[in-house]
Design a protein around this ligand. Structure first.
Ligand SMILES: Cc1ncc(COP(=O)(O)O)c(C=O)c1O
Length: 392
């Protein structure tokens, strides 16, 4: 099929809900992807943070191949060795208290589970989330998401969701009532511009939640799996939530959502109250086991911290050179530059020059390169951005 035909079919037959870029990607290897004409791109978007190990990592390919030959589907109503292996690997990586897991298929689903769990365990209905927060687009996750453009067309949403300003502990104290079940937040707000929680805020939230007997749910869908230079970003602030939501890169590119809770909390859900046909599917579990192994064996969390620091210093260098850059921010390999203008044209130019990057709002360019990225690849990306900004 040629490029125009592919684009026509997707445009005509697929729900028109994605802001599409006009390239047809056909192949990927490590940090690189190639379009249908064989043009090479440095993928500093990682499919929105999914391809943390790079594209088609051989160990992920092998794990998927081997599992597909054995058993592709196995409902969680039966037991399966790969699922058991994955559950064990996850609890080995999480703090001791977080030891009961629900597996699902996406970030939004991991949030849905957390919301239901918080309501079921506490017997209360209210969830407090934050202005600028993004938690997905299913009705529950959407109710916690802030941006009006996503919410408005679907109102009324789930009742008893409140949004308060981030980084303001007094406002949180005031917002909690005797109906509050949980506080839900992203330690680094990704979609709203890569905004790292302010100094002391997360520790303060944890203290308030504990004092008021309100659950703390951390949404680490984007920040988990080493992205910020720690396995979970919460480690930067040394806090442990009651419920942790993970997704994106955990299955090496296959769809997964993971909700981990303290045992007494997860045990409040009874048989049949929250299930999903594909929960803990063996192929996904095999890929996720391999993904965790690769992350640890290749020391990619450390690489994210080291290369992230280097990348950030190079971006700071650009900020010193170009007035158009207002701020450089982020943690590990979750980085951004905020510009004094809209970024869409720059992202398009970068794509034309062989670099895939993301926006996060109108003025922010977001970088989520695979955690395997090298110094040399960062230098290549910087050269491209430098050349574009030099023309502004
Ligand atoms: C922090 C956060 N939570 C939840 C989601 C929703 O995940 P999904 O798109 O897999 O439903 C995202 C997606 O970008 C996210 O960044």
């Amino acid at each position: 099929m040629n490029e125009n035909k592919i684009i026509d079919i997707e445009n005509n037959l697929m729900a028109n809900v994605f802001a599409k870029k006009k390239i047809v990607l056909e192949k990927g290897k490590g940090v690189l992807v190639w379009d249908i004409h064989g043009k090479e791109y440095l993928d500093f978007s990682s499919s929105y943070g999914v391809a943390a190990l790079g594209h088609s990592h051989p160990k992920i390919v092998k794990a998927i191949n081997e599992q597909t030959k054995k058993l592709i589907s196995c409902h969680s109503g039966f037991y399966n060795p790969k699922r058991a292996e994955l559950l064990q690997k996850i609890v080995n990586l999480t703090p001791n208290e977080l030891n009961k897991i629900f597996l699902s298929n996406s970030g939004a689903e991991s949030i849905e589970c957390a919301i239901k769990l918080a309501r079921k365990y506490t017997g209360k209905t209210e969830i407090i989330s934050f202005m600028g927060g993004y938690h997905g687009k299913t009705m529950g996750a959407l109710s916690a998401t802030w941006d009006k453009k996503y919410r408005k067309p679907f109102e009324p949403l789930i009742p008893d969701f409140k949004h308060i300003p981030p980084n303001n502990l007094a406002k949180l104290q005031d917002a909690i009532t005797d109906k509050t079940a949980a506080v839900l937040l992203e330690p680094v707000r990704g979609e709203s511009g890569v905004r790292v929680s302010s100094q002391g805020f997360l520790q303060g939230v944890k203290k308030i939640c504990d004092n008021k007997h309100v659950l703390l749910i951390l949404d680490e869908v984007q920040t988990g799996f080493g992205r910020t230079g720690k396995f979970f970003s919460a480690e930067h602030w040394k806090i442990i939530p009651d419920i942790l939501c993970l997704a994106k890169p955990f299955a090496g590119g296959l769809p997964i959502g993971i909700t981990i809770a303290k045992e007494n909390i997860m045990s409040s859900l009874k048989i049949g109250e929250h299930t999903s046909t594909f929960s803990g599917s063996p192929v996904v579990c095999a890929a996720a086991c391999a993904a965790i192994d690769v992350l640890l064996e290749e020391k990619l969390v450390e690489n994210a911290a080291n290369q992230g620091a280097y990348f950030k210093s190079r971006l700071e260098g650009l900020k010193n050179k170009y007035k158009i850059i207002k701020e450089v921010r982020g943690l590990g390999l979750m980085l951004a530059i905020e510009l004094r203008k809209e970024v869409y044209e720059i992202i398009q130019k970068a794509m034309n020059r062989g670099l895939l990057i993301l926006n996060a709002g109108r003025n922010v360019i977001r970088f989520l390169p695979p955690l395997i990225v090298s110094k040399n690849q960062i230098d290549r990306a910087i050269t491209i951005i430098d050349s574009i900004l030099g023309e502004e």
